[in-house]
Write a protein that binds this ligand. Structure first.
Ligand code: ATP
Ligand code: MG
Length: 324
């Protein structure tokens, strides 16, 4: 059975001078799903979102939202969608309720509809108690909740969320995940960007892994993990042996049971068919290259392993990493 498509992009491309911020993006978002764009800083997530919400014109390619071309029918598209930007546009002096009232005016929402929807939205995001205090007194999580209420005011069929939980504490993040699930349950299609692996894993029905403006992999989190197959053996190597990590990586790459090796500052991630079969040879190679192992861990592929396998690097790193 084919599923209804809410959004489709075909070879979407946006360049700034010689930089391709997004390049050759072709994907579909199904009606009613939560679709994620997962990638590190500068991957092209916000650029993609801004094209879909008609704020940016693509250099080439096409994007269709609910049957309408974003470049040709921008006005139509705008009437059907909601958008929560990455950078909040909250005025510090207005109260939460005043923000929503102001937006209702901008959207030309009929008065009685605004009177009905605003308390509903404040309730949905747990801001009733603080609704009449200036937004400058809100915590980061509360401001984000107000952002989401603003995005929902026009009663959109599709909601675009740019980094909905960036920089929030664990509890606020869980609350926002909860809202997203509630919105999905109401039948709203959600497209969100994130650079949090756990968020993509927990919340998204399907996701596209974006790096350097291109899609590196796409599918449900379960499909992406299953697609790697095998196991991941992760070695942590003592700081005094850090200079020998490359030699160990080279020794491992020639082993028949090793599929790929990624070096990190603290050790190595090794993709193998089966950790039970590969471990003896891995340990032997460490011994041979005089790398003292501080920790050996093995597990089924996780989303971070999927990211590394398709991009050659970790999604986030404190230090530069060497690529496979
Ligand atoms: N107006 C612009 N002019 C020039 N370059 C731009 C412009 N907007 C974005 N870029 C570049 O395009 C690339 C993609 O940017 P984008 O904001 O889409 O990334 P992102 O994935 O949203 O990153 P982040 O996680 O930091 O929000 C980056 O290299 C960025 O510097
Ligand atoms: Mg961004």
């Amino acid at each position: 059975m084919s599923r209804a498509v809410a959004i489709e992009t075909i070879k979407l491309r946006k360049t700034y001078g010689t930089l391709a911020a997004v390049d050759d993006l072709t994907f579909q978002v199904y009606a009613g799903e939560v679709f994620g764009l997962l990638g590190p800083n500068g991957a092209g997530k916000s650029t993609t979102l801004r094209i879909l919400i008609t704020l940016l014109r693509p250099t080439s390619g096409q994007a269709i939202v609910l049957g309408h071309d974003v470049a040709r029918d921008a006005d139509l598209v705008r009437r059907l969608i909601g958008y929560v930007p990455q950078e909040r546009a909250i005025d510090r002096f207005l109260t939460g309720r005043e923000h929503l009232l102001l937006l209702a005016d901008l959207y030309h929402l009929p008065k009685d509809e605004a009177q009905r929807r605003i308390p509903e939205l404040l309730k949905l995001v747990d801001l009733e108690a603080r609704a009449d205090q200036p937004a400058k007194t809100y915590s980061g999580g509360m401001k984000r909740k107000l952002d989401i209420a603003c995005g929902l005011l026009p009663n959109p069929k599709v909601l675009f969320l740019d980094e909905p939980t960036l920089g929030l504490d664990v509890q606020s993040r869980l609350r926002i995940w909860d809202y997203v699930r509630q919105l999905k349950a109401r039948g709203i299609t959600i497209v969100m960007t994130t650079n949090y692996l756990d968020e993509a894993d927990q919340l998204c029905d399907r996701l596209a892994i974006l790096d350097g403006g291109r899609i590196r992999a796409m599918g449900s989190p379960a499909e992406l993990k299953a697609g790697l197959g095998g196991d991941i053996v992760s070695l942590t190597i003592g700081a005094e042996d850090a200079g020998r990590i490359e030699a160990l990586a080279t020794a491992l790459r020639v082993l028949p049971m090793v599929r790929a090796v990624t070096a990190k500052p603290s050790g190595l991630d090794i993709r193998v068919e089966s950790s039970e079969k590969a471990l003896p040879a891995v340990l032997e190679a460490a011994n041979r290259t005089s790398c003292r192992l501080e920790l050996v861990d093995y597990h089924r592929p996780r989303l971070d392993d999927v990211f590394v396998a398709h991009t050659g690097h970790a999604i986030r790193s404190e230090f530069p990493e060497t690529e496979e």
